[in-house]
Design a protein around this ligand. Structure first.
Ligand code: DX5
Ligand code: ZN
Length: 232
């Protein structure tokens, strides 16, 4: 029986810190995950890219299944940067995802598989549901679904690659969302977050921090995680 935490609704602490395995050593991913969890991370963020919605291809359900096999109690936060997230909700849920986040840009108002349908589809798998917006997308684009999800992910880089620079212009819309988001819904940010950019994100209301390079490339991963939390 697994003992996966109800991370989003009952966080052990805030902010949560979720290293993105996009920045891990893909040739030793499991060992890298074990290391960052031992260093104090709360869960793992899995960046899935389809080469269509974003100009990169990263990993698929088999990676999630392998992590689930090795880490039965690990919360896996799967971020679908995909044009057709509805095609992959079931495979990722079956592989062991705990949260599945999709983007409003390719789904908003579609005749079939619109954002409401995808939210229901992901919920029906038993996973937590997240909605994400890219830097150019206004916060108002997700206002109508804020209370239907468990997590809102504000991208602070244009998605596709790790190691990019933080885009501070997203902070204003982050504050706008934070003012409207119920307390039990997590506000996550992903892209270019490190000990120098994380304080502004936290002040804007972010309580769930995704960091790839800032954790996996850090000489002291435990210290980096503490700094991202705002613990010196
Ligand atoms: C989108 C990816 C990256 C990644 C974080 O490109 O989602 O944002 O997770 O990468 P870092 O933390 O290295 O910017
Ligand atoms: Zn991500």
């Amino acid at each position: 029986m697994s003992d996966i935490p109800d991370l989003l609704k009952n966080p052990p602490q805030l902010p949560l810190v979720l290293p993105s395995i996009l920045a891990s050593d893909f040739a030793a991913m499991g060992d890298d995950v074990a290391d960052v969890m031992a260093a104090g991370a709360d869960a793992i963020h899995v960046d899935i890219m389809d080469g269509h919605f974003v100009p990169n291809v990263t990993m698929g359900p088999a990676t999630v299944a392998a992590l689930r096999e090795r880490f039965p109690d690990l919360y896996l936060d799967v971020h679908l940067m995909m044009t057709n997230p509805e095609l992959y909700a079931d495979p990722f849920a079956e592989a062991g995802a705990n949260c599945i986040t999709f983007h409003i840009e390719p789904t908003a108002g579609r005749t079939e598989h619109d954002e409401h349908t995808v939210i229901r589809h992901i919920r029906d798998t038993g996973c937590d549901v997240g909605i994400s917006i890219n830097p150019p997308t206004p916060a108002q684009a997700i206002e109508h679904v804020l209370e239907d999800v468990d997590l809102v992910l504000v991208m602070s880089v244009n998605p596709g690659f790790g190691g990019q620079s933080f885009i501070p212009e997203v902070l204003e819309k982050t504050r706008w969302i934070a003012e409207r988001l119920p307390d039990d819904i997590r506000l996550e940010m992903d892209g270019g977050l490190d000990p120098t950019t994380a304080p502004a994100a936290r002040e804007a209301g972010v309580d769930t921090i995704v960091a790839g390079s800032a954790v996996f490339k850090a000489p002291d991963r435990a210290a980096a995680i503490k700094q991202l939390r705002g613990q010196t």
